[in-house]
Design a protein around this ligand. Structure first.
Ligand code: ADP
Ligand code: ZN
Length: 718
């Protein structure tokens, strides 16, 4: 028996999911035991849940440190849409908003508070934090994007360095550090910089199973191929280019070809960038053409493809950039266009670097990127190998696995190659080894007297290119190592010796045939597809009403399930993964109505659910109430006249407001009380009546709150 048998229930109730992902449960259990944690998971791995669920189950408030305002807002919106009391404090708020949020926090009304590090550690904020600690308790600090503390990482932020002082101030409050960084060095740095105490370290595999990887040669037809990719794949896409100029040109061309696209690069103003990003996240525009400036701030989960129209500078960047596809776990594509011209551009950029050591490392990293693009092995194997993770290959979800090149036995050649590395004392790079193998006559070889080795000239029968393919493949398959100091010196490992002792065979895929384009995944039944479109537009409409991104309402996977399962009752609807208690109440009827309408049109059977239809017309009984209201009767009078309870009349009035009828609530709730209620709504968001009432106290009635909330909702829809 596990210690927390009801964690699954809590997961379903708050987030609508039935099962934990690999690792999440254990992490959450340890978080509940107040341990320090380092959580390393790839993008889309489900890190947020690891601190969000414990925050809800523990007493007090969890402080979440997040580097970007956009990231905070996204997370808070998603949490609120699950009915969770989360809020953020940052520079986008005015003094009044800040004060009312702070008030809610010290009154224990907030479970998750998002803050930027510079605010958290300011002289004004620390006393407030002490107060919170004293009044309601701080259950944990969650440091998101924790690699920002490390200079070795790609997003170093000096303000993150100060976070260590939190540890000194609150030594007993557990800290969770979260990151998607793949390198060991950065992980070590995080532990040290944040002062984590005997942290439990959780490292998930960096394999992103749902991503399909493909590399195409960049020919004259590249643009036409790009258009085809955009037209044949549904949903949002990101296209990366190396320079601003290329971004702008490409956006221009796409628009000319009637593709809705926007640009994103460092040459735009902050406002333009923020605006374009919002339009992309809300599905107002399908394609974002961007330089790598478009990065960490984007956590749109339903990006369906990432195309690198130009190659990345290194494999880690490529992994992170392409990894912005499919965070929600749905199948998504990562396609790289590989052209030799782009390599020249990057080499030029590298040569501008003042530090020769930096240049050397950058060149080696570029080399590894080219090896990936040129590679004939499983793309996953190459990527994961780069991060030190062994993967058996044959993923079935990359171009090399789906249309493999013919495989040949190259064991003998591999033995020659590896023993040449051994004979030259593991002190040289690949090109030198190949020269020795092919018996090249050059000065360096003569000086080193390597022309006297038994391996000198034993590889004349193969071309330089063939030896290179072999060498790279040995590296990718982990049968050979390479130093990371910029010199790429080849080193042997235990597996190399197995090959040399003939205990292991080596096969090699030699690229000959032109790449076959991958055929489409079998088309989903047209029926599901049509319904999916309808649900999508309903989702977009609801999202626009609340001005939130569509994925906040329901994720693609939930929408797809809806279209497949076609639930017809609330109970069936509640079973869908992604439907928690709050979303069921908020959106259940509207989606059920859409599904029913669709089934009726298709001549399929429909079950009656005893819920009211979601059509936006007042019902008869509501209209009767409305008539009496228009005649000037107050709530009590209407209730008496109709012989029903006053609270039912209030409900009618609320529904009438929802259905855009003119109801002046100033006659029903005094202005000053309205204002109080509105303040609370601004802080807590659109949540259930009870917590709002808890907050306001006994003197406020559910009826009043309900009316004001309805009016607030309607105003927020615009
Ligand atoms: P990360 O921060 O690691 O990139 P997120 O926390 O944003 O990832 O989670 C990625 C996606 O996976 C989100 O859409 C989230 O709702 C979803 N998710 C997380 N945990 C689960 C789970 N147990 N079951 C289903 N979906 C989940
Ligand atoms: Zn593969």
């Amino acid at each position: 028996m596990s210690q927390h048998p009801n964690l699954e229930q809590a997961l379903k109730y708050y987030f609508g999911y039935d099962n934990f992902r690999l690792g999440q449960r254990q992490i959450i259990e340890q978080a509940l035991e107040n341990r320090d944690l380092l959580i390393v998971m790839p993008t889309g791995g489900g890190k947020s849940l690891c601190f969000q669920l414990p925050a809800l189950l523990k007493k007090g408030v969890t402080i979440v440190v997040s580097p970007l305002i956009a990231l905070m807002q996204d997370q808070v919106e998603s949490l609120r849409d699950n009915g969770i009391a989360a809020t953020f404090l940052n520079s986008s708020l005015n003094g009044h908003q800040t004060r009312s949020r702070e008030e809610a926090i010290v009154n224990g009304k907030v479970k998750l508070l998002y803050v930027a590090p510079e605010r958290l550690l300011s002289d004004r904020f620390l006393p407030f934090l002490d107060l919170v600690h004293h009044q309601v308790g701080i259950s944990a600090f969650a440091i998101d994007e924790a690699h920002c503390v490390s200079e070795w990482g790609h997003d170093f932020r000096p303000e993150y360095r100060q976070l260590k002082s939190l540890r000194k101030r609150y030594p007993d409050i557990p800290t969770l550090a979260l990151t998607a960084t793949a390198t060991d060095r950065v992980r070590g740095d995080i532990i040290q910089q944040l002062g984590l105490k005997q942290p439990s370290i959780h490292t998930a595999s960096f394999n992103r199973q749902n991503l399909y990887y493909e590399v195409r040669q960049k020919t004259k037809n590249a643009y036409a191929e790009l258009l085809e990719i955009i037209r044949e794949n549904e949903g949002s896409g990101i296209i990366y280019c190396l320079t601003r100029k290329k971004v702008d040109e490409l956006t221009f061309k796409l628009e000319h070809d009637k593709i809705s696209a926007l640009s994103y690069h460092a040459g735009l103003t902050d406002e333009e960038r923020a605006k374009n990003q919002t339009r992309f996240i809300r599905d107002d525009v399908r394609i974002m053409v961007a330089t790598i400036a478009f990065g960490m701030g984007i956590n749109k989960p339903d990006v369906r493809f990432v195309v690198h129209f130009d190659i990345s500078r290194n494999l880690e960047s490529y992994y992170q950039e392409s990894g912005r596809a499919g965070r929600d776990g749905e199948p998504s594509k990562c396609i790289l266009f590989f052209g030799y011209g782009d390599i020249k551009t990057i080499e030029f950029l590298i040569n501008q670097k003042p530090d020769p050591q930096e240049q050397l490392i950058a060149k080696q990293q570029l080399r590894q990127m080219i090896d990936y693009a040129d590679g004939t092995d499983c793309r996953r194997t190459i990527q994961l190998g780069y991060f030190g993770e062994r993967y058996a290959g044959n993923c079935g979800n990359c171009d090399n696995c789906r249309s493999p090149k013919p495989v040949q036995d190259w064991t003998l050649e591999a033995m020659k190659f590896l023993s040449c590395v051994a004979r030259t004392k593991e002190r040289f790079g690949m090109l030198y080894i190949i020269d020795v193998l092919r018996g090249a006559k050059n000065q360096k070889i003569n000086q080193n007297e390597h022309n006297k080795l038994s391996t000198y000239g034993i590889g004349k029968d193969r071309s330089v290119e063939e030896w290179r393919i072999l060498g790279r493949s040995l590296l990718h398959q982990g049968l050979l190592e390479q130093t990371n100091d910029g010199y790429s010196v080849l080193k042997l490992n235990a597996l190399s010796w197995e090959v040399m002792r003939k205990q292991r065979t080596v096969s090699l895929a030699i690229p000959i045939a032109p790449k076959i384009t991958v055929e489409h995944e079998s088309e989903k039944a047209a029926e599901v597809e049509i319904l999916m479109q309808r649900l999508r537009s309903l989702r977009k409409q609801l999202a626009d009403e609340q001005s939130v991104p569509p994925y906040v309402i329901f994720q693609d996977s939930t929408l797809k399930l809806m279209a497949q399962v076609q639930p017809q009752t609330k109970a069936e609807f509640n079973k869908l993964s992604g439907v928690g208690s709050h979303k069921l109440a908020q959106y259940g009827e509207k989606f059920l109505a859409e599904i029913r309408a669709y089934r009726t049109e298709q001549g399929l059977t429909t079950k009656e659910d005893n819920s009211k239809p979601a059509v936006n017309l007042p019902s008869e009984t509501e209209l009767y109430t409305y008539q009496l209201y228009q005649q000037g009767l107050n709530v009590t009078q209407i209730a008496q006249k109709r012989n029903i309870r006053p609270s039912t009349i209030i409900r009618h009035l609320c529904d009438l407001i929802d259905k855009n009828q003119q109801i002046d609530i100033n006659q029903l709730v005094p202005l000053e009380r309205q204002q109080k209620i509105l303040q609370v709504l601004e802080v807590l968001g659109d949540i259930a009546l009870t917590p709002i009432k808890d907050y306001l106290g006994e003197s406020y009635s559910f009826d009043e709150i309900r009316l004001v909330r309805e009016k607030w909702r309607r105003e927020n829809r615009k």
